[in-house]
Design a protein around this ligand. Structure first.
Ligand code: RB5
Length: 155
């Protein structure tokens, strides 16, 4: 199924994001690039880009997202503040497969300082191609939504 994929990165992830965008533009999927531009010369703050991408996935404007920073960790932390977002920082085939099969991750977070281009593009393809397992995994994801609602209404 063709997806609309939001892409975002900070200064550490901008080149890898650009390469992932070029790879994805050769597929059926549609890419929406939220920056930062690959030729940006300054440091930028990863929460700004995580927010832009996660906000649109959360509202349904885009289907899924990919976020790249130095490690993927900061992007994951920021993106997961949005309702309905299941952002997963992944680093190898197993973590990527599980992030989709068990957790139905709707945002993939990658570290440009931990994952090279070849591996990163393989992980993106694996994440897109792996089906969500559903069933007991859906029931657990429903519990994450319940936590969001409970915490959201008490803060
Ligand atoms: C930027 O230096 C770095 O902290 C950022 O890209 C990311 O790794 C944060 O999680």
């Amino acid at each position: 199924m063709a997806l609309t994929i939001g892409l975002g990165a900070d200064h550490a992830g901008k080149e890898l994001k650009q390469l992932i965008a070029e790879m994805l533009r050769l597929t059926e999927h549609q890419v929406v690039d939220y920056g930062v531009a690959a030729d940006c010369k300054t440091s930028v703050d990863y929460p700004d880009y995580a927010s832009a991408v996660a906000s649109d996935v959360s509202s349904g404007k885009t289907d899924v997202g990919i976020l790249v920073c130095g490690t993927g960790i900061g992007m994951q932390m920021a993106a997961n503040k949005y309702p309905g977002i299941r952002a997963a920082a992944v680093w190898d085939e197993f973590s990527t497969r599980m992030a989709k099969e068990h957790n139905n991750a709707n945002i993939l977070c990658l570290g440009a300082r931990t994952t090279n281009y070849m591996r990163a593009t393989e992980l993106v393809k694996l994440w897109l191609d792996t089906p969500f397992g559903g069933s007991r995994h859906q029931a657990r994801i429903n519990k994450i939504r319940e936590i969001e609602r409970k915490v959201g209404s008490s803060h």
